[in-house]
Design a protein around this ligand. Structure first.
Ligand code: FES
Length: 120
């Protein structure tokens, strides 16, 4: 839906219904990080290569840097924050930091669907 030059996007994020107005070029990653403050979704290459931005959209592992926010209208999105609670996400981030990486570049689409990379 277009509202005042922006687009209204309605989606469920981690089980909560959300409504956000975005610019047409806004990516799903930016909607999650900037508009909803879900910074567990990282940005690395922003070209669909590294997997740092992977989220689950309607049950499918998705590179959120390659998906426009407007394409996510009506979908059900799960981010790392929505997995098993903040302590798990925090623990995963701590392990990443201790290994000197900002995101799990080892996570392939298959690994991301289970959300638990075995290398970090
Ligand atoms: S930021 Fe690297 S795949 Fe999206």
């Amino acid at each position: 839906m277009t509202v005042g030059g922006g687009h209204q996007v309605r989606l469920r994020v981690n089980g909560v219904s959300r409504e956000v107005q975005v610019e047409p070029r806004t990516t799903l990653a930016d909607l999650l990080r900037v508009h909803l403050g879900l910074t567990g979704t990282h940005l690395g290459c922003e070209h669909g290569v590294c997997g740092a931005c992977t989220v689950v959209v309607d049950g499918e592992s998705t590179r959120s840097c390659l998906m426009l926010a407007v394409q996510a209208d009506g979908t059900d999105v799960t981010t790392v924050e929505g997995l098993t609670g903040a302590s798990t996400a925090s623990s995963t981030r701590s392990r990443r930091r201790s290994r000197g990486s900002t995101a799990c570049s080892a996570a392939s689409a298959r690994q991301a669907s289970s959300w638990l990379c075995t290398r970090c």
